[in-house]
Design a protein around this ligand. Structure first.
Ligand code: GDP
Ligand code: MG
Length: 167
């Protein structure tokens, strides 16, 4: 069995799209509707001769929807079982007035603190939507941030290389 890697983050940040990009196939269901990934989807790939088991999860957020709530509970179980956690966020949040890079950095520090013993990779997705100045703003303010586009595939091979460093 491969090294378990959980892909977590808020709904619609592109977790399922990233899983598809990593697997190079249309395995997970991608949707614009928040909360579509109710259950978890897992698949194995070999990177540099090492087997990884990727686990696509329901988005983590507070919810009153019981079915979505169950998916989130399962997400936390998957995080506990995983060796590496990929925390994904939508890089275009940098456009929102209240979400400047300093705020995003604070948010990421909170996430990092929630996974003290976990091996965590923080990934900013949808960089295909960003201006070069916005990319610069993110990378200069947030350390150890990996930027990619799950949709275009840009940066996905580099993420695979990063994962190999966790072995
Ligand atoms: P999930 O809820 O986190 O699993 O998100 P999905 O993978 O279902 O994606 C949510 C939406 O974001 C879909 O419309 C995707 O096509 C879109 N999306 C995902 N990754 C990217 C990306 O890298 N760039 C852009 N522009 N859109 C993306
Ligand atoms: Mg999904």
């Amino acid at each position: 069995n491969g090294i378990p890697v959980a892909i977590v983050g808020e709904p619609n940040v592109g977790k399922s799209t990233l899983l598809n990009a990593l697997l190079n196939e249309e395995r997970a269901i991608v949707s614009d509707i928040a909360g579509t990934t109710r259950d978890t989807i897992e698949d194995e790939i070999s990177i540099g001769g090492i087997s990884f088991r990727f686990i696509d999860t329901a988005g983590i957020r507070e919810t009153t929807d019981t079915i979505e709530g169950l998916g989130i509970q399962r997400t936390f179980e998957k995080i506990k079982q995983s060796q590496v956690t990929i925390y994904l966020f939508d890089a275009t949040v940098i456009r929102k007035k209240r979400e400047k890079s300093q705020n995003i950095r604070t948010e990421i520090e909170k996430i990092r603190n929630r996974f003290p013993q976990k091996q965590l990779v923080v990934v900013a997705n949808k960089v295909d939507q960003l201006e070069p100045s916005e990319i610069n703003d993110l990378t200069s303010n947030i350390n150890h941030l990996h930027l990619l586009s799950a949709k275009s595939g840009q940066g996905v091979e580099e993420l695979k290389t990063i994962l190999l460093e966790f072995v």
